[in-house]
Design a protein around this ligand. Structure first.
Ligand SMILES: [Zn+2]
Ligand SMILES: [Zn+2]
Length: 137
């Protein structure tokens, strides 16, 4: 199973679909969308049962993200170089993507309420799979 995404739709829609490496039927791990027609908007959907919208204020960084997803074989490692939240379904040690179910997500709360979500991949790696945009791994 490859870590690389599949280009879906058209290049100007800039959506990459990533498959789960543990699902026999090629289930979707997540979809990353960055389109030149929506400047600054990054959308991650199909993961953790929700759609996450992020804003990239740095125009050069956003253009680079659009280029990554405008071609087949979008690399989640490159997306994570901008922010880990841009490919939260990617397991760094395994170098593949996993779907929500295979990440076994576990919400972590602190005194102020929800803080982040930890996932455990099928091979036992624990990694943050959701958090706030100022969170670091
Ligand atoms: Zn799966
Ligand atoms: Zn792993």
């Amino acid at each position: 199973m490859t870590r690389f995404g599949t280009l879906i739709g058209t290049a100007d829609k800039g959506a990459a679909l990533f498959h789960c490496a543990a699902c026999a039927d090629d289930s979707v791990a997540g979809i990353f969308l960055a389109s030149p027609t929506l400047p600054g908007a990054v959308i991650i959907t199909g993961f953790l049962g929700d759609t996450f919208n992020w804003t990239v204020r740095d125009r050069d960084a956003f253009d680079a993200l659009c280029l990554i997803v405008a071609q087949d074989d979008a690399d989640p490692i490159l997306l994570r170089r901008y922010h880990w939240l841009f490919a939260p379904f990617f397991c760094v040690p395994c170098e593949v993507n996993y779907c929500t179910r295979h990440w076994s997500p576990e919400p972590i709360h602190d005194a102020g309420g929800y803080d982040h979500t930890l996932g455990t991949c099928p091979r036992g790696h624990r990694q943050k799979v959701h958090g706030w945009s100022d969170d670091r791994e």
